[in-house]
Ligand binder design. Structure first.
Ligand code: TRP
Ligand code: ZN
Length: 867
């Protein structure tokens, strides 16, 4: 017997990769589905790679029922904590393993579980080991056949990957279906779904003329809410053919929407499983943001069919190979279909806010991590979003044409295999002839580089000099940093707003500068007046830019910059200067007339995209501002942001009101123009609600609203400004929607983010609501996720917010560690707060560390934070 002391979770290192001891050619799965006792028989053809006679398979929460090798009952095995070790094996053999498992007890939502009575699976990253003992690693690619048997009336639909090849009836009202997937795949792409659904059916004809059946499965009664998802799927299929020359490769594509899901969605081959949040939408229940989210996530999972499934990852350290690339592809998809600047602005916000925060946290890691304890902890903003920025930089360096040649070569070389990030960069380099050797450091180096820029203008020589330094501060796990290859796009403007051509050494040069050394000096010639520099245009690299702008320069850039992202950026920089001043010096915000006027100019300019104007008028959130300081002054930042909003509201009052009124009353549709109008109108409402004389607008809008965007616009304005009408409106909303968890998530989020000290009591009440369930990750994230980021409630000085967080995390640690581990992030940066808060938070982290049976997920983060 083993000693009962808990084993310390062990880390895995990227450098330790070794190929698998065996390959599995085919896997034939038979599921006899049962809520508490599902029996899985897995028959496989196994080949030893180099004469190995011992095979270690991983398995968790399984009961082994039988093991046969070449038809013989096999007793030469040992079970351990991780799985099973089978010995004395021949070099080639058939293996049959029977296991039993309990889907009803599976609250972690990994492996086979029940979602509202339907069976479904989630196998990425390491969930397949909860289904059978297996080589559950992405470089073992097998051809799967799946037979599912279940009760026919409760589970009329039995789904798995690939094509349906047979079906039949059984006694006792049971039936079975057999699926075959012709494409070899790693176990993380396996999926099974069984249940009773409404089914939306359509088809897509590929450009080579093949007809593909498209099927979306939703809970009964939700069919009318699946149309936008279907449209998005067809748009994705067409776009991937046009822009990336990639066609779908099976005769059927299925999407199942489930309510219980840990993440957004999963790209299982031919059978995507989606969080219902990213499928269901209609005018009454979904906001425009929801619609755009659906388009992006449907696209993302569809694009994985090539970047992820056809070419998969050799090991999980390479996750960004598929995720960074697929995020890049879904961002391009959204930008080609909608507004490119608005998409770019939102991507930049995510990098500058939460991704930079992750870089500065104890969990900071490169886009290709070196050390992992729990893989689920590495589905991060760094791997996904910064990973996409790294792909985007390659795209910037190569240009669209060479980038597409690189993609072509990537598929020629790696289709049907498990590849690495190095493989990807190698194909890009070869196809383009551009040296990416130094660029590759972006894969191995963590942290946010800082670009410090200074300049001089020589009026006699007509030269303008830019001095650029790069510096990356040491991060938690990397002390030494090397200079990166940073694409740095710039433009120079005259006072009249015209562009100054860039000339170096008497030759005209493009706007893209290459920063490769620690410091550079660029001398531009024939510069006829002191220019206004527009720096890091389009955010060509995920770095922090430091340049001492004068207010008048930013005002000018807001007006004249040739691209909208730069105009937005100039506005944000302008506001950030006021915020930084106010917080660090404790002074009140007093916006200059010029600043007010430049925001006013954007607001009244009818030639601008209204969605862009809405972005330009949106203040950076508290969480992003926190990242600008070494020590976070929670209350100072809240105060500055409140003052800033009020100052803009006062300064722009009549224009805000005019815009608000002029944008009302149009017919609802989800065209980009209508979305833009609603966005700007609701932005105006947010400002106007700060002013006493307009306190009734929110309620008025709420009362007449015929769509969820305007309803939520009204409700969040009432919430943000804590209006007298808030309680009433919240009550009306919860009565109207209490039957619908997805819609109630919006209400839960507002309760969690109420900007006042009573937020915790609101959260506790919300958790009593009939629509709340601690088992449902969407509900938990809405209430607790918003609260843990609430500067008023969570950071209350009596420590009540932290203590509550500790209790909730302790509960979730046992039921759903993956969800717990995502929620804990705001606590990891405890060391950056004032002394009192620091001590209070540390105490909660220490209590968590000492929790019995702390899951690997929380263990890894808590240890990193307390180190
Ligand atoms: N691969 C999925 C995606 O594209 C991510 C994912 C879905 C996931 N469910 C998961 C990752 C569960 C880990 C665990 O984006
Ligand atoms: Zn993905």
């Amino acid at each position: 017997m083993k000693d009962a002391t808990p084993v310390q979770p062990v880390a895995k290192y990227r450098k330790d990769y070794t190929p698998p001891s065996h390959n599995i050619e085919t896997l034939d799965l038979v599921f006899k589905l049962h809520q508490t006792q599902t029996v899985v028989t897995a028959t496989s053809k196994v080949l030893a790679s180099d004469g190995a006679s011992r095979l270690s398979l991983v398995g968790e929460h399984l009961e082994l029922k039988a093991l046969h090798i070449n038809g013989v009952d096999w007793s030469d095995y040992e079970l351990n904590d991780e799985g099973i070790v089978i010995s004395n094996l021949p070099p080639e053999f058939d293996m049959m393993i029977t296991t039993e498992l309990d889907p009803s007890a599976n609250t972690a939502l990994e492996g086979l579980y029940l979602s509202d009575g339907a069976f479904c699976t989630q196998c990425e990253a390491e969930g397949f080991r909860r289904i059978t003992y297996f080589l559950d690693r992405p470089d073992v690619l097998a051809k799967y056949t799946t037979t599912i048997e279940a009760d026919k009336s409760d589970f009329p639909f039995l789904l798995s990957n690939g094509n349906k090849v047979a079906e039949g009836e059984l006694e006792n009202g049971r039936h079975w279906v057999k699926w075959q997937d012709p494409h070899p795949k790693p176990s993380y792409l396996f999926a099974l779904v069984a249940g009773d659904f409404d089914q939306l059916v359509d088809s897509f004809t590929t450009r080579s003329g093949r007809k593909v059946d498209l099927e979306i499965f939703v809970d009964k009664g939700n069919l009318s809410r699946a149309h936008h998802a279907m449209l998005s799927l067809k748009n994705s299929m067409k776009w991937d053919e046009q822009r990336f020359d990639l066609e779908y490769d099976l005769d059927i594509y299925m999407i199942v929407a489930v309510d219980f899901f840990n993440m957004g969605a999963m790209e299982n081959k031919g059978l995507n499983v989606f969080n219902s949040k990213y499928v269901l939408a209609d005018q009454a229940s979904a906001t425009d943001k929801d619609y755009l989210g659906i388009e992006a996530v449907i696209g993302h999972e569809y694009f994985h069919n090539w970047t992820g499934n056809r070419v998969t990852c050799r090991d999980w350290f390479q996750l960004s190979l598929k995720e960074g690339l697929t995020v890049f592809r879904d961002q391009e998809f959204s930008s080609d279909l909608g507004s490119r600047p608005v998409n770019r602005i939102n991507n930049v916000r995510i990098i500058r806010g939460p991704q930079f925060a992750e870089d500065a946290s104890p969990m900071s890691h490169p886009i290709r991590p070196d050390k992992v304890i729990e893989m689920n902890n590495f589905y991060t903003l760094t791997v996904y979003e910064k990973g996409s920025e790294v792909i985007r930089m390659i795209h910037t360096l190569l240009g669209e044409e060479a980038f597409q040649s690189g993609m072509k070569l990537y598929f020629e070389r790696h289709d049907g295999t498990a590849a690495t990030c190095d493989d990807f960069v190698a194909t890009m380099q070869e196809a383009s002839g551009i040296d990416l050797d130094q660029f590759k450091r972006w894969y191995s180096q963590s942290g946010t580089p800082i670009l410090t820029v200074t300049d001089e203008y020589d009026a006699n020589l007509k030269t303008y000099t830019l001095n650029v330094r790069q510096y990356t501060a040491p991060t938690a796990t990397q002390a030494d940093k090397l200079p990166l290859h940073i694409p740095f796009d710039i433009e120079l403007y005259r006072q009249d707003g015209s562009v100054i051509p860039l000339v170096i050494d008497a030759k005209s040069v493009g706007s893209l500068l290459h920063i490769t050394q620690e410091s550079h000096r660029f001398v531009f010639e024939a510069v006829d007046e002191k220019p206004i520099p527009s720096l890091l245009r389009e955010f060509t690299a995920p770095v922090k830019l430091e340049y001492d702008y004068e207010e008048s320069q930013l005002v000018q850039l807001m007006k004249c910059s040739t691209n909208e992202v730069s105009r937005w950026d100039a506005g944000q920089t302008l506001l950030s200067q006021y915020i930084k001043q106010a917080v660090s010096k404790g002074v009140d915000i007093d916006l200059s007339k010029e600043v007010i006027n430049s925001f006013k100019a954007l607001l009244v300019d009818q030639s601008l995209d209204k969605a862009f104007v809405a972005e330009a008028l949106t203040l950076p959130p508290h969480s992003e501002v926190s990242g600008w300081f070494d020590t976070i002054d929670v209350d100072g930042i809240s105060k500055a942001l409140t003052q800033l909003k009020l100052a803009l509201a006062k300064g722009l009052e009549s224009e805000l009101l005019m815009t608000y009124q002029s944008l009302g009353g149009s017919e609802y549709d989800i065209s980009h123009q209508s979305i833009a109008k609603r966005a700007l109108r609701n932005t105006c409402l947010g400002y106007l609600s700060c002013l006493k004389q307009h306190h009734r607008l929110a309620q008025q809008q709420f009362d007449v609203s015929d769509n969820m965007t305007d309803t939520i616009g009204a409700l969040s304005s009432a919430n943000q400004s804590d209006l007298e009408s808030r309680e009433d409106l919240m009550n009306v909303f919860s009565k109207r929607w209490s039957h619908d968890g997805l819609v109630m998530d919006k209400w839960f989020m507002l309760q969690g983010s109420k900007p006042s000290a009573d937020a915790l009591s609101k959260v506790k009440l919300a958790m009593e609501h009939s629509a709340f369930s601690m088992q449902n990750p969407n509900r938990v994230r809405s209430v607790l996720g918003s609260f843990f980021n609430n500067p008023f409630g969570f950071h209350a000085l009596d420590g009540s917010g932290y203590q509550f967080a500790g209790e909730m995390l302790t509960k979730l640690n046992t039921t759903n560690p993956q969800v717990a581990s995502r929620l804990i992030d705001p606590m990891l940066k405890f060391a950056r707060y004032d002394e009192e808060r620091k001590q209070l938070m540390r105490r909660e982290l220490e209590l968590l560390r000492d929790t019995p049976n702390l899951a690997k997920d929380l263990y890894e983060k808590v240890e990193a934070a307390l180190k």
